[in-house]
Design a binder for this molecule. Sequence first.
Ligand SMILES: [Zn+2]
Length: 407
Amino acid sequence: MVKSIVVIILLLTLNFSSFEDKIPDYLKENEKVVNVDFFNVYGKSFNIEGSFEDGGNVIDLNLVLEGEVKYSFPLKYKIENGKINYQLNKNINEGINLEEITPGTYQVILEIFHSDTPVKASLVNANDVADVEYYTFNNDGLSNKIVTISKDKSFFLSVVEGVTPNNVFDIVIDPGHGGSDTGPVIDGYAEKDFNLKYALDLEVKLSALGYKVKLTRYDNEVNIPTYGLNSRVGMPYETKAKIFLSLHFNNIVSEQRFYGTEIYAAPNLNLDFAKKLADNIVEYGNGSYSPSQFSKVMNGVYVRNFKSYQIDEFRKMFDEKNTPFYESISTSTPYYFVIRETGGLMTGAYVDGRDDRYDENPYYRSNIAAEAYLIEYAYMSDPSDLNKIINNMDGFNKGVIESIINY
Ligand SMILES: [Zn+2]
């Protein structure tokens, strides 16, 4: 009897608690101070990189979270003329998994090893990137809120438990096209209809598993904006989502037969999750891997970047309008906007308003973003695939759901 009363009181307390950032009232200043040039969160992964001078012979370098619990992560580093460039991970979806950091306040420091005893160094944010605010996956209405605090000669992670705010979501699903943009229409079937049907099905099933899911559109007759507030690109940022999936069905007019699944991702990723998506969609949907070799990395996994001829044509268009061309675009810039513009600085987002064909993406300089994938489940233009698209939705979507559960 007493026990149940205690539980009720605890629940009430939790329900009314909000996420208050605990800014530590102490600064543990270390003798050495090291610059952080960039830090970011992509999906659930925190990454950091920077450089510092060091006259000694560095034999090891760790990033350490010092709190009640201590976490230690080996850093990759290169030494050039006494300058050390360090990085946690070159893949933006690897690094520190923020889902695994227990609540508390952690000073983020470097341990520089010249011998068995390390020199401890404080970190200072040397760039103009802002602090990040991350919410762990929703669990029975609760999340951990993680913020970085970069002030003076100290860099902290604050992890606080609380109720998941209403406007925070785990997964944003984007049913491609919509409204007058129908996508291809084949045998009376429009792509936008399939996209919405599959997205609604995923929403129901993922919500039943406890994930907070939001779709970029619920209405099939409305054209939603690409950029800006409440837009296709804006929504994953605004909801602080960890995963963003853009759903599509392929179409091609060609002599060669095209069919099967293609998963598109940014180039600087560990592609294990993309591979899982492809494998599971093919397996559970009774589908097949696409035979397309264009931008193919592995069976079912594709990384499509700008080609140099496309950049040249793009630049020419800007020259003719006397508008300075984007400096950041290269052959490692993702081609699809749903992947590039949803990933902020990490995926080379560039839509800053100078191109008068598009509205500005207000988040193009963000250092926190959802991990984005474009799913081409199958080809509507292939009769055998179209039959599966109509009849195998449960299987195709089981592939997506199994991938997410095991991620
Ligand atoms: Zn499409």
